[in-house]
Write a protein that binds this ligand. Structure first.
Ligand code: FFO
Ligand code: ATP
Length: 194
């Protein structure tokens, strides 16, 4: 049964990545602008003192404008880094104060060096935090499929307050019919596909 779900997820991942890879430059630029507007106008962004946001890579929707505006607005910005030296690789968030601090890391993703302030979860501060999550496919029940390593599921597992401040973002072509879900899958509180 579980194996069926995994295979199913794999097939959906392949199909959606294929359509995402095929978006035109114009479609990408338009969507990224739209997403930036949607997030900058969001009350969770406005109220957030801390923003946890992925740095896009490959054909992912661009978060560059959001990161730049968050930094300009004086918010604390943290971005993911995969610590792969460990037996079980895990994802942490480190603070950046400018995009030039990023270097090519895990799978070619721009990542912080990892020598800056690490994000430490606290239930009280979660109310003033916004988490923007990447993903490959989403559905209208807020199910989410990523690249299949479960990094976000494991990162969010023990952070209930942050789960309620999590927004998954992507292109409209990433919105699918009902996705299969496993027990460990954590649903973002909102999905914004533009
Ligand atoms: N921008 C970004 N940063 C992120 C994530 C993400 O999804 N997006 N992650 C979320 O967990 C973590 C990295 N997880 C990843 C897990 C697997 C692959 C991977 O297998 N990539 C394929 C290419 C897939 C494709 O685009 O076709 C590869 O390298 O072959 C990439 C990232 C942390 N940082
Ligand atoms: N909290 C957890 N503890 C242990 N294993 C987990 C946990 N969450 C997910 N996993 C395992 O990790 C693997 C990948 O999970 P899944 O397919 O949901 O990843 P994903 O959501 O697509 O990827 P990501 O979160 O990295 O973007 C699965 O085999 C899943 O069982």
């Amino acid at each position: 049964m579980e194996d069926g779900i995994k295979r199913n997820k794999r097939e959906i991942r392949k199909a959606v990545l294929n359509s995402r890879d095929n978006l035109s430059k114009q479609e990408r630029e338009k969507a990224s602008l739209l997403l930036t507007e949607r997030i900058l106008g969001h009350q969770w962004f406005y109220r957030a003192e801390q923003i946890l946001c992925f740095v896009s890579y490959g054909s992912e929707i661009s978060t560059r404008g959001i990161l730049e505006e968050a930094l300009k607005a004086g918010k604390k910005v943290y971005v993911p880094k995969v610590l792969s030296g460990k037996k079980h690789p895990e994802m942490c968030f480190y603070r950046i104060t400018g995009l030039t601090e990023l270097e090519t890391g895990y799978r070619g993703i721009p990542e912080p060096a990892g020598d800056s302030e690490e994000y430490v979860y606290s239930q009280e501060e979660a109310e003033r935090t916004l988490l923007l999550m990447p993903g490959v496919a989403f559905d209208r029940y807020r199910n989410r499929i990523g690249y299949g390593k479960g990094f976000y599921d494991r990162f969010l597992e023990d952070k209930p307050g942050l789960q309620q401040r999590a927004i998954a973002v992507g292109y409209r072509c990433q919105m699918t019919d009902t996705l299969p879900a496993e027990k460990t899958d954590i649903r973002p509180y909102q999905v914004i596909c533009v």
